[in-house]
Ligand binder design. Structure first.
Ligand code: ZN
Length: 172
């Protein structure tokens, strides 16, 4: 299964994804293809809508720290954030769907998350640091939200020509 990346300007990136109800062979194949796509594109996370899937599924590298790019990918289905720490940290994020654009985003240091794996089993985990940040970024995608939405108005207006260019280049 070949999945194609979707880029800024594609309406699917602004849609709410649907809950996954069938934990079938198709879901398993889609998860495997998402991991392949993420590795090929050198990403550290990937959400369903970014590859045209309107479902609550995402891949996140379980990075212990900022340099831990050998970390294993985790498949997260139907995630629900149970708790977010009040402690936050700022880091410059990017997104495979918005190539060449970066910006500082403030996110919770720790989260408590409930999700299902690709077989449907339920898990409750605590994540912190980079892993928590990736999860939060990808969960936003499932709700049609992008990291650029967090940037200041000034930064957003500076990026506007670049964003318009991405939208035109990739979406015709
Ligand atoms: Zn993204």
């Amino acid at each position: 299964m070949e999945l194609k990346l979707r880029y800024y300007g594609d309406p699917i990136l602004r849609e709410e994804a649907a809950d996954v109800e069938d934990f079938d062979e198709e879901l398993f194949e889609q998860a495997a293809a998402m991991i392949e796509t993420m590795v090929r594109e050198r990403g550290i996370g990937l959400a369903g809508p970014q590859v045209g899937l309107r479902k609550k599924i995402l891949i996140a590298l379980k990075m212990a720290d900022l340099d831990d790019s050998d970390a294993d990918p985790v498949v997260v289905v139907n995630p629900e954030i149970l708790e977010r720490s009040r402690d936050t940290w700022v880091y410059e994020e990017g997104c495979l769907s918005i190539p060449g654009v970066n910006g500082d985003v403030t996110r919770s240091e720790k989260i408590k998350l409930r999700y299902q794996d690709v077989g449907g089993a339920e898990h409750v985990i605590e994540a912190s640091g980079m892993f928590a940040r990736i999860l939060l970024h990808e969960i936003d995608h499932l709700h049609g939200k992008l990291f650029i939405d967090y940037l200041s108005t000034a930064r957003k207006s500076l990026l506007k020509p670049k964003l318009n260019e991405i939208s035109k280049t990739y979406n015709g």
